[in-house]
Design a protein around this ligand. Structure first.
Ligand code: FPP
Length: 244
């Protein structure tokens, strides 16, 4: 698709959903869906950040609530993260994509944290797009954690009470990123599920029924066509349109 003629969201968020159902619908085990989902994510993120003009991509790959899943599934996912971050670090480095993470470190295991730190370090000077993995992430926890950091800086005298406003608050979130313009959740579920609550306040939402392993470049092109039909007013009124 020719992206030069399109309105491009600066920051896209994807709630990765439907890996399990994708596998089960084909008589396979859920973990197979996660494996194919992870491969798709690596390919899709390169497409989005290298070919379309999107500057930041945030992907929700593990919520704080996902720890409630079976030990078997959680262990499988943690091993998958470890393996993929290790193998994909070279790819992202070469592609000039900066990889960052949002979420709590506790109670992630040492081996997961190690690969997270390695891929972050290896890609920290890259300038060709930001890939933000939301892992052990919760929108409520992010706001609580930011509040605690602000509280500490107030006590230390690093900031003053009168300086605390929306724009200062943003600097205390896990990553200092622009607001989400376009939020996609695959698999037909129409929920935000605690994903980037602060950043998504004015996002356009899109809920394709496609399961994530099948959400490919063509599906993303369709999503952008839909985004281009939206009229974003940010709480105001488009008077030109109203009078025409
Ligand atoms: C949510 O629903 C999805 C997840 C908890 C995991 C998403 C993880 C990946 C795509 C792997 C990412 C890999 C890397 C390297 C970051 P679900 O997919 O379990 O599906 P369901 O709602 O059909 O059960």
């Amino acid at each position: 698709m020719d992206y030069s003629k399109m309105k491009i969201p600066r920051h896209v968020g994807i709630v990765v959903d439907g890996n399990g159902r994708w596998a089960e619908s084909d008589g396979k085990i859920r973990s197979y869906g996660h494996k194919v989902g992870a491969e798709n994510l690596e390919k899709l993120s390169r497409y989005i950040l290298k070919e379309t003009g999107v500057e930041v991509l945030s992907v929700y790959v593990f919520s704080t609530e996902n720890f409630k899943r079976s030990t078997e599934e959680v262990d499988y996912l943690m091993n998958l993260f470890t393996k993929k971050f290790k193998s994909d670090a070279k790819i992202y480095k070469k592609e000039n994509i900066k990889v960052v993470f949002s979420g709590r470190r506790e109670p992630l295991k040492e081996e997961v944290l190690k690969t997270i730190d390695e891929i972050t370090e290896m890609t920290k000077n890259n300038t060709g797009g930001i890939l933000n993995f939301c892992l052990n992430y919760g929108g409520h926890s992010e706001i609580v954690d930011a509040t605690l950091k602000i509280h500490q800086d107030l006590i230390k005298g690093i900031i003053k009470e009168e300086e605390v406003n929306e724009s200062l608050y943003e600097h205390y979130l896990y990553q200092d990123l622009p607001p989400i313009d376009f939020l996609i959740r695959t698999s037909g579920e129409s929920r935000i599920s605690n994903f980037m609550l602060w950043q998504a306040s004015y996002a356009e939402f899109y809920f394709p029924t496609t399961y994530f392993p099948d959400f490919n470049e063509k599906e993303f092109d369709k999503a952008i066509i839909e985004y281009n039909k939206r009229d974003r007013r940010f709480g105001g009124i488009d008077y030109d349109k109203k009078n025409s």
